[in-house]
Structures are given as C-alpha cells and as structure tokens.
Design a protein around this ligand. Structure first.
Ligand code: ADP
Ligand code: MG
Length: 346
C-alpha cells in the first residue's frame, strides 16, 4: 500500500493549510500570522507588515515574451500590492534570485534595472536578499516590509452586513494581455517571419507585463477619510478574492455584472478571443487592483469617483458570493484561480 498523496488533491490553499496547521504562534509580537495578504507584527507605535512572493520561470512568466526589465519591475510590484492591501505603506524589499548559467551578467542587469525602477517609483529600499544558482529556470523571490498605524490596519476580515463592495481601477486587462502574448508566441513558433499583431492592445499588454500596485488608492482613501472594513488585492481574480473576503468575514456578498469595471480595450480584445468580458474580469487575475468593503456612510464621498467602482454589497451570514447577471438571474460565484498544481499556470 502506498501512502503517497498527490499535490493536486489538496490544491494551493489546501496545501498551505496542511503544512501550517501544526504551527502555533508563541511570540507576543506576532499579531497575525498566516491567512492575510501580510503577516502583522507589533512594532510598538505601529504594526510592521511582511509579505513574500515567488515568481518561477515557466510557471509565472515566460521569458519568450516577458522582458527581464519588466519582470524585475513586476516582481516588486506584486509584493507591494500585498502591503497596500493591508492599508499600509511599503518601505523595504529583499530580493533573492536563483539562475542558471544561461543568464549573462547583462541579463541580470536588465532584471535589476526593473527592480530599481520600481524601488524608485514606490520609494522602497532594497536592503538584502540571496543569490544562488539553479539547474533549470530563473526564480525570483521578493519579501516586502511595510508599516501601518495600528488603528488604520485593514484585514481580509471585518466586512459588515450591508457594507458596499468597491474595487479600484478596472479588471480583466492583464488576463487579456496574457492571451495576446500567448497567441503571438504560437504564431511566432509557426512562422518566425510573421510580424506580431499588436495593434490596439497596448493597454492590455502593459497591464500584463508591467502592472502597478495601487499605492495611490491608499492615499486617495486617506485623503477622503475612508477606512475600509476589509480589503484584499486582486491577484488571483475578483471571484476568488470576493470568496476570501466573504469567508474571512463570515458573510455573503452580492455583486452586479453590469457594475464590473471593464476597460474598452479589454472588452474589445475579449470579444476578439470569443471570451465574455465579464468572465475575464471575474476570473482573469493579475489585476493588482484593491478590492474592499466599506460602510454605506462613505457612499457620498466615493460616488462618481473615476478611480472606484461600487460593484455590490455585503449580505448575511450564509457566506455565498452571488453575481446578478444583466438579465436578472443570480449565479453563485466559484473561485477558478490558483491551478498551480494541476495546470502549471497562474
Ligand atoms: P497572496 O495571494 O496574498 O500572496 P497566498 O495565497 O500566497 O497570499 O498565501 C496565503 C497565506 O498563506 C499567506 O498568509 C502566506 O503567507 C501563507 N503561506 C503561503 N505559503 C506558505 C508556506 N509554504 N508556509 C507558510 N505559510 C505560507
Ligand atoms: Mg494578496
């Protein structure tokens, strides 16, 4: 009899639960450990926020179409996004890389020029890391460190019944960018002489290759004196993140298809690929927008603001996340992100 359990049986979240279930926090300074966008540590006056993310060649990026400079930039941004998702500000990063001798010094310089650009733009210091060789592809692991005032921290939990559900920017563009890149890769493989068809897709490509973290949104909210009741960043797709907020808060959510913010170019590209734009917005992922809930008292402050879309509201303790379609039918949302162990994607 064999005792082997395949990884895809558990899935990413099942595996994290499985490996962490026997660990107990004992340090007084550990305010919050596993389960949110960042770990939270008591630092006296404030909380320190820590988050880490790893990008693996062939799983998270493909060097056939992701320029190294952009990759370095994106690797930083995806970590900072988790700090902003706690309503915090990012201060430092560490960067660890593993690479094979397929990479030249010039290639690593390119990667680091992207990392440097992100450090300058988001005002974070590179304070350490680790460098090692790899037998296969490139691996980049970044840790970001930030801080937040104790009374301003926002967790995934904390949503209240009747709160409004709000998302920044727009959704689905990065996913459409990925579809365009995959298409062009296939065309290139078939015929390297073919010119890539890149007209009218600049925005979706930029959202895929060089995303931004929404530090600006955290500042807008502060300026308007809006404190969200719960928040998460959209990395795996809106549907998956709504389910996280819903589970963490023990409440259900209802969103409206017609309220989903979708950019016109994203809409057009989705249609070119015979995809439903709303499905791309719900399940695409890598948007790095902020999804939060807030009291209805803030409605007047946010109403009409172009940076935000109010997409629904928090319901009761049944914990289901529903979407109301344009024709009025109601469907329960199921997460479709995180397929790491069965498709080698995401
Ligand atoms: P995010 O999508 O915001 O980056 P993840 O889904 O990667 O968050 O992780 C969920 C939670 O599980 C986080 O709190 C993270 O720190 C924790 N986690 C992930 N992998 C591990 C691991 N191998 N060991 C311990 N904790 C982990
Ligand atoms: Mg996150």
């Amino acid at each position: 009899m064999s005792n082997r359990t395949e990884l895809d049986k558990l899935g990413e979240f099942g595996l994290i639960d499985h490996i962490t279930k026997d660990f107990k926090n004992t340090q007084e300074s550990t305010v919050y450990g596993i389960g949110d966008d960042c770990a939270v540590i008591d630092a006296g006056d404030k909380y320190t926020l820590i988050t880490t993310d790893m990008l693996v060649e062939g799983v998270h990026f493909n060097l056939m179409y992701a320029p190294l400079k952009h990759l370095g930039y994106k690797a930083v941004v995806v970590n900072l996004s988790d700090i902003y998702a706690m309503n915090g500000d990012a201060n430092q990063i560490t960067v660890s890389i593993a690479m094979s001798n397929r990479f030249s010094v010039e290639a690593i310089d390119e990667l680091y020029s992207g990392i440097r650009t992100a450090c300058e733009l988001y005002n974070v210091d590179l304070i350490g890391g680790d460098t090692t060789s790899s037998q296969s592809g490139l691996v980049i692991s970044i840790t970001a460190i930030g801080e937040v005032k104790k009374d301003e921290i926002v967790y995934r939990k904390g949503a209240k019944e009747n709160d409004l559900i709000v998302v920044s920017g727009n959704l689905g563009a990065a996913y459409m960018g990925l579809q365009v890149l995959e298409r062009e890769k296939e065309v290139y493989k078939e015929n390297p002489e073919m010119q890539p068809e890149m007209e009218g897709v600049d925005y979706v490509l930029e959202r895929q290759l060089k995303p931004e973290a929404r530090k600006d949104i955290i500042h807008f909210l502060k300026d308007m004196s809006i404190l969200p009741s719960s928040m998460i960043d959209v990395s795996d797709g809106l549907a998956s993140e709504l389910i996280h907020l819903s589970k963490a808060s023990g409440l259900g959510m209802t969103i409206y298809d017609e309220k989903l913010p979708i950019d016109q170019e994203t809409f057009n590209v989705a249609r070119d690929f015979n995809l439903t734009p709303a499905t791309c917005a719900l399940n695409g992922g890598e948007d790095y927008e902020l999804l939060f809930t807030m009291s209805q008292d803030y409605f007047e402050k946010l109403k009409g603001n172009q940076h935000f879309a109010i997409i629904g509201h928090v319901t009761d303790e049944n914990c289901t996340v529903n979407i109301v379609e344009k024709n009025g039918t109601i469907q329960e949302l199921k997460a479709q992100g995180f397929t790491h162990f069965n498709e080698g994607e995401n």
